[in-house]
Structures are given as C-alpha cells and as structure tokens.
Write a protein that binds this ligand. Structure first.
Ligand SMILES: [Zn+2]
Length: 144
C-alpha cells in the first residue's frame, strides 16, 4: 500500500532525523522544531555546502516536502525488511522474508518439523494489504 509522508529537507538536501517522513504535516513540523533545538547549544547549523547557517535562517533554508512510500503488512524478524509474503513461524511469533533469513534461525529440517505437512502453525503465506494497520507503527521496505 502506498501512503503519503511529509518530509523536512535540511539545507544539505537530506531529510532530517534519517527517517522517510512523517504521517502528517503537524508531525513533520513537530520533528522540525525538535531537530532545530539540537543546534541551539552551538548556535548555528553546519551545512556541508553552505557552511554555517544561523539558526534564525534555518526556517528559510529547510524545505517541507512530501514523498510516497510503500508500507507492508509484516516485517522480517531477521533483516527487518517489509514483506507481503513469507514465512510465518508459530502462528506469528516470527516472520522471515526468505529462505536465507529463515535459515539464520531454523534449519530446513527444523522448519519442516514445525510445518508438519501443513498441520503446524508455521508456513509460507501471503498477507493482504487490508492487514496493514495505519495507526500502528508503519513497516517500510527497508529498515530505518
Ligand atoms: Zn529477511
């Protein structure tokens, strides 16, 4: 599922706080205010390209923008990647996106035993988009 996120771009052209974005413009503004406070002690923002930017000019030097991001119903317990399909272990205790990630915790034989010919609570499955809870912590393709 694709959603719109609100971002704050620093004078260096990267989003603040290393996050993809925020769910609402209000949240983005909140994060921006908190981010600016970090530079209060030194009294300026140190930009790679334009050097020192006085704090009072930071509002003008940053940009509010939006971005689109894909959100996922589940997250791999091993690599943290968002997933729409993958291994479900013990009815949802753990999830794995690939054989590679599964085998960091379970051997093929151990999984086969849990799978139990389809009678177990461990299996490969797909999760529909409807299972994404937008009020919950969002899961993106990559871990941030
Ligand atoms: Zn994984």
């Amino acid at each position: 599922m694709k959603i719109t996120l609100y971002t704050v771009v620093s004078p260096d052209g990267i989003t603040i706080e290393n996050v993809l974005g925020y769910r609402s413009p209000e949240k983005a503004l909140e994060a921006f205010e908190a981010w600016k406070k970090r530079f209060e002690a030194q009294g300026f923002y140190s930009s790679v390209d334009s050097g020192r930017i006085p704090l009072e000019d930071l509002d003008r030097s940053c940009e509010f923008d939006t971005t689109t991001a894909e959100v996922f119903p589940r997250k791999c317990s091993c690599c943290g990647k968002g997933m729409t399909e993958g291994y479900c272990i013990d009815g949802g205790e753990e999830y794995f996106c690939s054989d590679e990630c599964l085998h960091t915790e379970y051997t093929k034989e151990e999984f086969e035993a849990k799978y139990a010919e389809g009678d177990g609570d461990s299996y490969w499955t797909e999760w529909p988009e409807e299972e994404i809870d937008l009020d919950d912590e969002l899961i993106f393709e990559e871990n941030f």
